[in-house]
Write a protein that binds this ligand. Structure first.
Ligand SMILES: [Ca+2]
Ligand SMILES: [Ca+2]
Length: 196
């Protein structure tokens, strides 16, 4: 049985399981075990802000409008109900880089555009030296992207949308984020999914 703690606001503990309260919390995963083991954080009710640690964390916003920042490591994120925002501050936080490489990518499990969920990549503009722009579905005949391009394609098994971030143009993909398509109900990534 892993330790579990009930937290009030803005508490940092090196724990593996963190539960927020029924109001809006700011919760940070600890980097215990040198970040090799990720944490599990539940925001609970209220508009919560969740920060993952260095490891591969499992983050649940739960009810209401949450902000979820996985940080480093391959994180698995659930926004829960409400308009949730998934934030990346640097392409290195996307963990996977090109999707064919290990470790696996960050994964949003329950993205619902209809609830107002958003993927916030606006902090990557500085890294790119320019604003990012969404260019839609990847054209398989086109191997090189332009600078600042964000585009998507279906994963080989059809379960996920893989979203690619190409900061500087050319064939090198700087970051990859995956979104499970179970809740998309035939929808696919479009410009409205992103804050760029
Ligand atoms: Ca919440
Ligand atoms: Ca993390």
């Amino acid at each position: 049985m892993l330790p579990s703690y009930q937290l009030s606001q803005s508490v940092i503990l090196p724990d593996l399981n963190v539960w927020g309260t029924s109001s809006g919390d700011v919760l940070y995963a600890g980097d215990s075990h040198n970040g090799l083991i990720g944490s599990t954080i539940h925001g609970g009710d209220g508009n919560d802000t969740l920060y993952g640690g260095a490891g591969g964390d499992t983050l649940f916003g739960d009810n209401d409008n949450d902000v979820i920042v996985g940080g480093a490591g391959a994180d698995v994120m659930y926004g829960g109900s409400g308009a949730d925002t998934f934030v990346w501050n640097h392409t290195s936080e996307t963990a996977g880089g090109p999707v064919s490489h290990f470790p696996p990518n960050d994964l949003i499990m329950d993205f619902r555009a209809s609830e107002g969920d958003q993927i916030d990549l606006s902090h990557l503009a500085k890294e790119a030296g320019a604003h990012l722009n969404f260019t839609g579905e990847h054209d398989p005949g086109k191997y090189a992207g332009g600078p600042g391009e964000v585009y998507w394609e279906n994963s080989a098994d059809g379960a996920n949308f893989n979203i690619f971030i190409n900061l500087h143009g050319g064939t090198h993909v700087d970051g990859t984020i995956s979104v499970n398509n179970y809740f998309s109900l035939g929808d696919h990534p479009d410009a409205g999914w992103f804050h760029l």
